[in-house]
Write a new protein. Structure first.
Length: 326
């Protein structure tokens, strides 16, 4: 099978297969992999990126016939790990669990941009996304996006995030720019202290990845206003999307993907893309991702590259325009 014959249809065939065992692609990436593969995660252990990387690495190791190890390198808005991958040899042995932070946010928060998030990488496979949720404290009385928008046009409306330069912070700045609401950012050191203040109505609005907040929605302590994805979250299917609320410019998926250094061999990229799609088709993997609030979706490498370019084009100027610096 030639490199040119690895088409979208081929990827879908692998996605549908879902079979265990070694991934046989005759004639492709001859001899690769011959040694362990490393996936760099730009966050500490225990978070959604780390968990997803470990789920993927376990199955990829079975399909590719070599160990796949996870290496956590957090810091500097995800750019420490990003730089390690961008400067690695493009041989397919050093990869990154890419996501919104090291690709579309972190590079633009530093005084000197450390890399071009589009050109410095080979963006191999889109894995899925976990939406953000815009949420309100109960005492604020905000139940809908329209009610929040009305208050934000009457006067100052504080919103919390997990920290400066976080995806929640950036989305708040984007919402301010798009809607004209008078939003003022209140940064926290993580989601936990923000949640405490949100429940106490110290701040009326919070924005963060949805996963950790579902128990507070179900207990009635917080009110989910909208999710920032194309489709509704399986964790809270009753919550409308920003697209449904006629706010498509507020679409911001906290995406997850697999990327490597620029100029990786096309046959290695094709093999990795097909393997990732096969892993995503596995029922236990799908259930794990649902439990994490991640909507899994296999795509071609070309589709993932287009998505990355669009995200960088949208979020990079927003970060710079807001003057967000780390």
């Amino acid at each position: 099978m030639s490199t040119a014959s690895i088409t979208r249809r081929s990827a879908l065939q692998f996605l549908a297969a879902g079979a265990a065992g070694s991934l046989a692609l005759p004639g492709l990436a001859a001899g690769w992999p011959e040694k362990p593969i490393k996936i760099i995660v730009t966050f500490p252990p225990g978070g959604s990126s780390d968990i997803l990387a470990r789920v993927m690495s376990e199955q990829l190791a079975k399909l590719l016939g070599q160990p796949v190890v996870v290496d956590n390198r957090p810091g500097a808005g995800g750019t420490i790990g990003g730089m390690a991958v961008a400067s690695a040899a493009p041989d397919g042995y050093t990869l990154m669990l890419s996501n919104t932070t090291p690709i579309a946010l972190g590079p633009f928060t530093l005084e000197k941009q450390p890399y071009d998030p589009v050109e410095a990488f080979t963006h191999i496979a889109y894995l899925g996304s976990a939406p953000l949720v815009i949420m309100a404290s109960k005492p604020s009385g905000i139940r809908t996006f329209a009610e929040m928008d009305a208050l934000g046009h009457k006067g100052q409306l504080d919103f919390g995030s997990g920290g400066p330069g976080s995806v929640g912070h950036i989305h708040g700045e984007l919402m301010k720019k798009v809607t004209g609401m008078n939003l003022v950012h209140v940064p926290y050191r993580g989601g936990a202290p923000m949640t405490t203040d949100l429940i106490a109505n110290t701040i009326p609005i919070g924005i963060d990845v949805i996963t950790a907040y579902v128990p507070f929605f179900k207990s009635g302590q917080l009110t989910p206003v909208a999710v920032t994805s194309r489709g509704r979250s399986p964790l809270m299917p009753e919550v409308p999307t920003v697209v449904e609320l006629n706010q498509p410019k507020l679409l911001l998926e906290n995406f997850f993907g697999l990327s490597g250094p620029a100029k990786m061999p096309a046959d290695v990229v094709a093999k990795l893309n097909a393997a990732c799609n096969q892993v995503l088709a596995m029922t236990p993997v799908q259930q794990k991702l649902v439990d994490m609030g991640i909507v899994a979706q296999g795509e071609s490498t070309a589709q993932f590259n287009s998505f990355v370019k669009a995200q960088v084009g949208l979020l990079g100027p927003t970060v710079k325009g807001a003057g967000i610096k780390l």
